[in-house]
Design a protein. Structure first.
Length: 319
């Protein structure tokens, strides 16, 4: 495909996502949705829609390819690097404001890979590339990133909050996102074939994942639409949407990741900030206004950055 064809393809892929988000945002404003509404919708996505989608991805796809292990390891390396780099930058910029530093550090690298990234990857990338992105989303984002985010915020705020490794491991394994993926992978590897009576409703739920999750993101933006502390929020968006994709892709390239794997890594870091990062930051004593404002603005700006990244990935052949 030519660059012009790729531009048209990515534009036609992103436009429906923008429409879904706009529907959610307008509905939230029109009917005065509250934070409780957002929490209820997030619960639906977290416990039903996304687990059904991820279960089927792991259940249906061949996961015996050893390159997935290398992708995961490089993803973890880039995760630690970006978490450290963002914390260093945040502490330099907010020396006298620890809550602001905690918010800037945490929101600048935590990715919205599960709710937003996986549907986008399924549209932008080949089946192989989408599966590699899903591996990154599950292992690097869902399983490990929270284990880094909480100690990072605690260190910056000097709260000393700690959890044992076993308690964190239990929380990860019981996470519905991780559990559903592992269950699908086990069925896949063992060769267990579920009856169509079970697969059909799961598939029907999974088919609604993209549209409903985008609408939920729009609802969240409509409720949290007021932007505050524009300077730090702008810096956070630059770190998340520009610096992270560039550094993450360079790290992957240095360690020999090529083709669809490189596209998966690039897209992994290009998605906007994660909703649960804003919630965690505020709950632990960080500046919630910076976190929530970054969630809104990074999601809006990602329509531009994801367009650029999508065209780049397809033109170079990183699908």
């Amino acid at each position: 495909m030519s660059m012009f064809d790729n531009i048209i393809f990515i534009a036609s892929t992103i436009f429906p996502l923008i429409v879904y988000v706009a529907i959610g945002a307008v509905t939230a404003v029109k009917f005065n949705f509250t934070e409780d509404t957002v929490k209820s919708f997030n619960t639906l996505a977290f416990w039903v829609l996304m687990p059904a989608n991820l279960f089927l991805i792991a259940y249906n796809y061949s996961i015996a390819d050893k390159s997935f292990l290398k992708i995961a390891l490089v993803g973890l390396l880039s995760l630690f690097f970006m978490a450290f780099l963002c914390a260093f930058i945040a502490l330099r910029l907010c020396k006298d404001d620890r809550p602001a530093a905690a918010a800037l550090a945490g929101i600048s690298w935590k990715c919205n890979c599960i709710m937003l990234g996986i549907p986008v990857a399924q549209s932008f990338l080949s089946p192989e590339g989408a599966m590699k992105f899903t591996i990154l989303a599950i292992i690097v984002d869902a399983a490990v990133s929270n284990m880094i985010l909480i100690p990072q915020i605690s260190f910056i705020l000097k709260t000393g909050e700690k959890k044992s490794f076993l308690s964190q491991l239990k929380a990860v394994l019981l996470n519905p996102i991780v559990f559903s993926t592992l269950l699908g992978a086990v069925f896949n590897l063992v060769g267990i074939k579920l009856p169509q009576l079970i697969v059909t409703p799961i598939q029907a739920i999974a088919n609604t994942n993209l549209a409903i999750c985008m609408i939920i993101i729009g609802v969240s933006m409509g409720v949290r639409r007021h932007i505050s502390n524009i300077r730090l929020v702008g810096i956070a968006c630059f770190l998340k949407l520009v610096l992270c994709p560039v550094c993450g892709t360079l790290i992957a390239y240095i360690f020999g990741i090529r083709g669809s794997g490189l596209g998966a890594v690039c897209l992994f870091w290009a998605v906007p900030s994660a909703v649960n990062a804003g919630i965690t930051i505020e709950a632990m004593g960080g500046d919630g206004s910076i976190g929530n404002s970054t969630l809104v603005l990074s999601t809006v700006l990602s329509a531009i950055t994801l367009f650029i990244v999508g065209v780049l990935i397809r033109t170079i052949g990183w699908m």
